[in-house]
Write a protein that binds this ligand. Structure first.
Ligand SMILES: Nc1nc2c(ncn2[C@@H]2O[C@H](COP(=O)(O)OP(=O)(O)OP(=O)(O)O)[C@@H](O)[C@H]2O)c(=O)[nH]1
Ligand SMILES: [Mg+2]
Length: 711
């Protein structure tokens, strides 16, 4: 395949609401670019982009697909992303490497939740946007109303570059305000007949073009002056203003397409090549150390892996964008994460599950390599000369929805582990955690749909039947006051006996505290706990009441109870233990005796020290349309959340709150039904805090019952 230079490459992401027609548009672009000679459809389940079994089953995209097409000697890399919000990680990754986003809109539905989310993500990634109005041949399509909604939601920079002459059934013509021509498409799409604007449409077109020119002029002050002087702009001035406005995100053109019937797709591609930024016209990408990578082929190689896919026929595929340099087949590079050497044995241009070999990739291009040893998504591959050129990673959203997963057939555990780790490689928003503490495998995802789709794949593709159960909550136990206990372990059964007696006081641990003056502390050991918090062991033994060699055994006994707390078997934390007295037997005392005495003294003292269960609290952030604010607040309060703040953010109200994890199970689903899917939220672990008394009672009761069942 031909080698494409930076200026001849365009990288676009197709984003937008679910079912707006992105995959169908990608198919039409592949057709127009000569990559395929017949357009597949979603109904016939034969598009290039939706090819995975789960996508064919559901008839929507689940993972992003990278494809490319050639057009007038240039190359367009297209990343078709899924529209459902549960797959937003794919959109974020695509926007990291795309230089332009095409936001596809269904003109029947107007601005949808998915459109808003796509828009918001393009703002966060600072990606130029072209809007493509689709589904124009529907009876209920409404171009003007949709444009009005878009301008209200997304701002004044949105500008109509094309409008449909006859939207609705029989739609086949658009007026192009840049060319001032009418494009009339044949019934089955394809090459348009380009004619003068009919007389009846001229007045309207001129009025619309005047508005367009004014919008273009207002992207730049000097242009605005020229516009006031001359009353218009020259064609060159218009083009330049369009390019600059797109790149700076001050101008967002609206074009018309009919992706199902391949109308306007060629013109959209032409528009992209003429006006959208080439990779080196975008602001430089920053490395983690703040250095700028300017998409320069003469610089040392910096290739950023933004996507990993596992294909039945050729294994693991790593998709990368080349931010600097040129790569030829067989190049040895270094992985920024591990320092390991990777050989890019083969390079490919990919379209869905098909691929074509490449000899060389030039800065700015997107390509793939296969069978890399250990280069997961978010790695940068570089040369020994430029180890600092590490691209800042894609920030995937934290999981919002958790389920514990159980295999139905004993013995499938290991298999499930392998499957899940492969799925995580491909989808970085699918988190897998083997919780030793909860004795559960916890799956975290972006929503119920996300996890249900994961389940479908495990069961139908991998043939491992599984079950979802509610995830347990990682509670903690601690104490609120000091207490003492004495325990004597004594066993006399024939031969050698066992004897150990421990006198212990415990009190709550706080950072920077000073020890009690009740006993002189002769030695203090601080043990940070892997599950958070601390245990301090203070040795206050005087006169050799307990030999120093038994101290580690006492610690071991205490630690056993810290690992399986006396209240509910959860981890205990933040406790100071004073061993202030005890007794030994000249013959019968040994380590096991002191371990048992230590453990039981600790358990007794704990019960009298105002024991308290702690629960994980999360910082929750919800973006909600104003009219649903009240419902969302009421619901949050019902979940024992504490509202920390409220404020406007764009078209949303932002609520920040602290909420217990125990109450947030299935929140994604509840919020979606409260707001008809119009809200967004994220949550992150914040701290542990006391559970209320009634919740503690309930937890104790449940634990007791579960213990009895086990007995
Ligand atoms: N009538 C009509 N149908 C369309 C048009 N574009 C797409 N469709 C249909 O709309 C449905 C959804 O199209 P897709 O291309 O899968 O939409 P998508 O945006 O990729 O969907 P997700 O990947 O799920 O977000 C399919 O049945 C398409 O055939 C259009 O312009 N007109
Ligand atoms: Mg799709």
């Amino acid at each position: 395949m031909k080698v494409y230079q930076t200026k001849d490459i365009r990288n676009i992401a197709l984003v937008g609401g679910a079912k707006s027609g992105k995959t169908t548009l990608a198919e039409a672009m592949l057709f127009e670019g000569g990559r395929i000679n017949r357009r597949g459809t979603i109904d016939d389940k034969n598009t290039v982009s939706d090819y995975r079994p789960i996508e064919l089953e559901r008839e929507n995209s689940v993972l992003s697909t990278v494809v490319y097409a050639e057009f007038n000697g240039k190359k367009i890399n297209i990343i078709d992303t899924p529209g459902f919000d549960d797959f937003v990680g794919e959109v974020i990754a695509a926007l990291k490497v795309a230089d332009t986003a095409v936001v596809v809109i269904n003109a029947q539905n107007g601005v949808e939740v998915g459109t808003e989310i796509a828009w918001r993500n393009t703002s966060l990634s600072n990606t130029p946007v072209i809007f493509a109005m689709n589904h124009l041949e529907h009876e209920n399509s409404n171009f003007d109303e949709t444009v009005r909604q878009m301008k209200t939601q997304f701002g004044a920079g949105l500008t109509v570059f094309q409008y449909p002459v006859n939207a609705g059934v029989g739609f086949n013509s658009v007026i192009d305000l840049l060319k001032m021509k009418m494009y009339k498409f044949p019934e089955n799409g394809g090459a348009a007949e380009i004619t003068d604007i009919p007389d009846g449409e001229k007045g309207n077109a001129e009025e619309m073009q005047a508005a367009l020119i004014e919008d273009l002029a207002s992207t730049d002050e000097s242009l605005m002056e020229k516009f006031f002087d001359a009353g218009t702009l020259t064609e060159d001035e218009m083009r330049e203003a369009l390019k600059v406005g797109l790149r700076n995100r001050t101008l967002f053109p609206i074009l018309c397409i009919g992706s199902k019937h391949n109308m306007g797709v060629k013109r959209l591609m032409e528009f992209i090549f003429n006006n959208a930024p080439a990779p080196d016209e975008m602001p430089p990408v920053l490395t983690v150390k703040g250095k700028e990578l300017k998409c320069d082929p003469s610089q040392p190689i910096a290739a950023f892996v933004f996507k990993t896919s596992i294909e039945p026929h050729f294994g693991e595929v790593s998709f990368f964008k080349l931010y600097n340099g040129e790569i030829t087949e067989g190049t040895d590079l270094i992985n920024s994460k591990t320092g390991a050497k990777e050989r890019l044995g083969q390079l490919f241009a990919v379209y869905g599950k098909n691929r074509e070999k490449l000899e060389k990739v030039v800065a700015g291009d997107i390509a793939a390599s296969v069978k890399l040893k250990e280069t997961p998504t978010n790695s940068t591959l570089h040369t020994p000369k430029n180890s600092d050129d590490v691209v800042a990673p894609i920030e995937f959203p934290e999981p919002k929805f958790r389920m514990a997963v159980k295999v139905q057939n004993q013995g499938d555990d290991e298999k499930l582990g392998t499957i899940l780790s492969a799925m995580h490689k491909v989808d970085q928003t699918l988190m897998v955690e083997y919780s030793k503490e909860l004795k559960q495998v916890i799956l975290g995802g972006q929503g119920e749909l996300h996890l249900n789709i994961t389940k479908w794949q495990i069961e139908n593709i991998e043939k491992v039947p599984i079950e979802f159960v509610p995830p347990k909550i990682p509670y903690r136990e601690t104490i609120t006051k000091s207490a003492k206990a004495t325990y004597r372990h004594k066993k006399q059964s024939g031969g050698a006996g066992q004897f150990g007696e421990v006198h212990m006081m415990i009190e709550p641990y706080k950072e920077g505290m000073s020890w009690t003056t009740e006993f002189p502390v002769r030695g203090s050991e601080e043990h940070p706990l892997s599950w958070g918090g601390k245990l301090v062991m203070n040795n206050c033994i005087v006169g050799g009441a307990i030999d120093a060699r038994f101290m580690p055994a006492i610690l071991k006994g205490v630690m056993e109870k810290m690992e399986e707390g006396p209240l509910t078997g959860s981890y205990a934390r933040d406790i100071v233990v004073y061993i202030y007295d005890g007794k030994m037997h000249p013959v019968d005392s040994n380590e096991i005796s002191f371990k048992l005495a230590g453990r039981n003294a600790f358990r007794e003292a704990f019960k009298n020290a105002g024991p308290q269960i702690l629960e994980p609290i999360y910082d929750v952030e919800v973006l909600v349309p104003e009219d649903r604010m009240g419902d969302v607040m009421t619901d949050l309060q019902g979940r024992r959340a504490i509202i920390m703040g409220m404020g406007r953010e764009g078209n949303y109200q932002k609520i920040t709150a602290k909420a217990p994890l125990a109450e947030m199970n299935k929140y994604a689903t509840a919020l979606s039904s409260l707001t008809s899917g119009r809200a967004m939220y994220s949550m992150k672990f914040a701290e542990y805090s006391n559970v209320p008394a009634d919740v503690q009672m309930q937890l104790l009761k449940t634990y007791e019952e579960s213990q009895q069942e086990e007995e």
